[in-house]
Design a protein. Sequence first.
Length: 112
Amino acid sequence: MDRGPLLAHLNKTRFAPGDRFRAHSDAREIAQFLRREYAVTGIWGIGSAFAADRSFYRTSDIDLVVKELPPGVYFTALSRCSAMTNFELDLIPYETATPMLIGAIEREGVAL
């Protein structure tokens, strides 16, 4: 039995100590950048990177909800912020968030 693909999958997806810490550190750095460069008024981290009771894998992403990101700069901001981390990054404008997402921010969001 060839276990090569299975081992490759496990190495890619399993939890690595320190990954969550690195994601938090990157998220704080990105939040400071967004406040400085785009004058956003609120930033929350949500999802597995910020929930200690959820698994965070090497392939997990950083989910940031951003309030009052100026119109017309979303893709530029996303590109610049993505360059600041090795994790995939989702920037979610607060103004377009669904009621379910707003509830998640209120329940488990981490203010950055």
